[in-house]
Design a protein around this ligand. Structure first.
Ligand SMILES: [Zn+2]
Ligand SMILES: [Zn+2]
Length: 345
């Protein structure tokens, strides 16, 4: 089959590889759509410590069941399906304390990172994922919209800890794919003043298209002053950082009103540190939360959001390209010239 493999930083190759072999509890999926993700751009640019090249990457996918292992009973050949990129072991310490997003064995079967992914004609879905995080797709949901399952599940997890209430003012920093999903979920939770902060005009336009009530162009205006203006001088009830830079993490905390919550969602480069005003945290009664990845429950709820039509995936998928042009697609994404690209093998 044809696939794009990561051979090292800046070295990805469209090439012929063997069809994946599946085990008795696994499923082979013919990929119909796979989405580019910021993490894929990072992998392409800098590599990833746990990724052993050559590796087929790509982890946001949907397709059709091509083969099932002999013990698989929930799925059959020909079914349209979507799956998340990981599933927990349910046995380790973190699984037992109810934090399966931090499962110590997550990396053993992480599609597109530690096992071959979906930038290919076919992808092997490991047993744990088949059992916990794979779903049949109803006919009204397109493959590319369904492929948003994984990032949406991560945002559902982040939205849970943000504790957004009806009528809240919520700042979302960053209008990339993750920020755009956060905007939608904040609206679904009942926030009446969703303020999106970004540096690029076209991204802010998309933010309005998916539901932002106000936008702040931080390249042109003082973001802190504007957020204060838009929140009666108080700061926002909830601020969600969806960029992944130390300076925006700091801004998120600064924009949060007294007794409010800052969710530091975006992953920063490793080794980075932030500086916080201790007085503001103490006298301001601030809640500051980190959050990582998703749980099977988040994946299920993301699936409900997609299949019910409550979550709108279409505005996030701005372009389409064939698998052979993946490198170009990742470059366009890293230059901010598309939100997400749907790749078709
Ligand atoms: Zn992703
Ligand atoms: Zn575990």
């Amino acid at each position: 089959m044809k696939a794009v493999r990561f051979h090292g930083p800046q070295d990805i190759r469209f090439e012929e590889v063997d069809l994946p072999k599946i085990g008795q509890d696994e499923v082979l999926v013919k990929v119909e759509a796979v989405l580019t993700c910021g993490t894929d751009v990072k992998m392409y640019r800098r590599g990833w410590p746990m990724a052993k090249p050559p590796l087929i990457f790509g982890h946001e996918f949907a397709g059709v069941v091509a083969e099932v292992g002999k013990n698989v009973t929930q799925f059959r050949v020909g079914q349209r399906v979507v799956a998340a990129n990981s599933a927990p072991c349910n046995l380790c310490y973190f699984c037992k304390i109810g934090k399966p997003n931090l499962c110590e064995h997550l990396l053993e079967t992480l599609i597109g990172f530690t096992v071959d992914g979906a930038y290919a004609e076919y992808v092997r879905v490991p047993e744990r994922i088949v059992k916990q995080n794979m779903y049949e797709l109803p006919s009204h949901v397109s493959f590319e919209e369904a492929a948003l399952l994984e990032p949406l599940a991560c945002v559902v997890n982040g939205n849970d800890v943000a504790n957004i209430k009806i009528g809240d003012a919520v700042v979302i920093i960053g209008a990339g794919p993750i920020g755009l999903i956060h905007i939608q979920l904040a609206k679904i939770k009942g926030a009446t003043n969703v303020i999106c902060v970004d540096l690029k005009e076209d991204r802010l336009k998309t933010a309005v298209a998916v539901g932002a009530d106000n936008i702040v162009d931080a390249s042109k205006e003082n973001q802190m002053d504007r957020v204060k203006e838009l929140t009666n001088g108080l700061g926002a009830d909830v601020v969600i950082e969806a960029v992944g830079l130390p300076q925006t993490w700091e801004s998120a905390v600064e924009m949060t009103r007294k007794a409010g919550t800052a969710v530091l969602f975006g992953g920063c480069p490793s080794g980075t540190r932030i500086t916080l005003d201790t007085q503001r945290i103490h006298y301001g009664d601030l809640t500051i939360k980190g959050i990582f990845h998703h749980t099977p429950l988040c994946v299920k709820r993301a699936y409900e959001l997609i299949t019910s039509g409550m979550f709108k995936g279409k505005p996030l998928i701005t372009d389409r390209m064939p698998l052979s042009e993946l490198e170009q697609a990742l470059n366009l994404m890293s230059e901010g010239r598309c939100v997400k690209m749907a790749i078709t093998p």
